[in-house]
Ligand binder design. Sequence first.
Ligand SMILES: [Fe+2]
Length: 293
Amino acid sequence: MNALMKFDVSSVARVEPNGFGAIIEHKDFDALVAQPGFVDGLVSLLAKHLVIRIDAPPFDPKSLAAVAARLGPPSVNKGPRLPGFDAIIQFDSAGKPDADPQRDRDAAQILHHDSAGLAEPPAFAIVNTKTLPKEPAWHSWVDMQAVYRELPEATKTKINGLRCIHPSYPELVTVGVHRDLKRLPEDVREKGSAHPLVVRNPSSGEPTLYLSVRRDAKIPGMDAGESLKLLSELWDIVEASPHRWRSLVRGNDILIWDNIGTVHDRPPFSAREPRKIWFGNLGPVAPQPAFAA
Ligand SMILES: [Fe+2]
């Protein structure tokens, strides 16, 4: 290839028929990232399709760091860094033979935006799972731009100017806390970032639903019963949405997603098995309302 010619990322990407999600299969991620124009092309692809999976055999962490750097500075996260790479968090567990399977199930995560409680949540996330779980495990994403687009007009009018508080509470996005914490403590419910319910996605320019993970979160100006009803209705729509993309954990895949325009879940993983993951939350951004209040 002519070195001056920009790499056309669409030549290696397979886009899902409904446009949500794209897959890149390539034997050499390092060579792809080294192509002039590939990383920029990846960002454009992400703005269009919101989630990208790259099936990539082992590669040099420098390549993932180059993609991460293009997506923005690392977000606040206390996770242990891959030595030499500030933007890449590494979870590396050898596996604990006596781990409790119920704890694994409880540690799975319900649909959420990553770190939505921050004043500036990450615009992007990367997960690169390096190990293959014995039980098939699926990640899924819901296109929150499409969910918003298809809401009844009356609902759009009702929510366009609203904000919702994103409380801070340990393991709030886990299946265990979702099941056991029936009601947010009042002081927890009152505190947190008040993000718009409908955000203008800075990457795509589209309005997107941006939900607090808790149905009982506070919507300023609404009483608790009214906000619970509204947030439960919106989450019911999200959970039933046909705009959902699933991906089986394959053991050598990189998943990159738009963390404003989508919500995602996380399957249970057995802590008895070894598990190694590189992870990044990138591009902190204060969510802006799509419409004036
Ligand atoms: Fe997450």
